[in-house]
Write a protein that binds this ligand. Structure first.
Ligand code: HEM
Length: 110
């Protein structure tokens, strides 16, 4: 589970760095386009929601890693809750992909 968590973290970092470069470093349609594209705002809102949902699991998993490193016991009492949170996060990532494709194709609601 901790390996999977590391891979999700790495994936989030890569998507964040490449995403910011694509949006604001002139690789795609330019900063102005994205700042005025409603689906970009939706995509970023979903991204922030995922980050907020991930706060508690992330902090707890850091504590678990520290406890394991010291050879101590880990309280897995909230593991089920974290699994449920991951499912919600996975759904939000899927919605981000939908928003991204609409944003890339210039879909607006005007
Ligand atoms: C979980 C995180 C993310 C997912 C799943 C995701 C998904 C995608 C996908 C599927 C595309 C391709 C759209 C297409 O060409 O049809 C895309 C493009 C793009 N993404 Fe992301 N993205 C993520 C994070 C970010 C972040 C954090 C940013 C910016 C801060 C960003 C900015 C962009 C930009 C600028 C494009 C190019 C759109 C275009 O072709 O005009 N992405 N993303």
């Amino acid at each position: 589970m901790l390996i999977a968590d590391n891979l999700w973290g790495l994936s989030a970092l890569v998507l964040l760095v490449t995403g910011v470069m694509r949006a604001f470093a002139g690789f795609e349609k330019g900063t102005d386009y994205y700042l005025h594209q409603p689906l970009f705002h939706l995509k970023m809102t979903l991204f922030v929601l995922i980050l907020l949902l991930e706060l508690a699991p992330m902090i707890t998993l850091i504590k678990w890693r520290i406890a394991r490193g010291r050879g101590g016991a880990v309280d897995t009492g909230r593991a089920k809750l974290f699994a449920r949170i991951s499912h919600v996060e996975a759904l939000l990532v899927l919605l981000m992909v939908v928003a991204a494709t609409g944003m890339a194709r210039g879909v607006t609601f005007a």
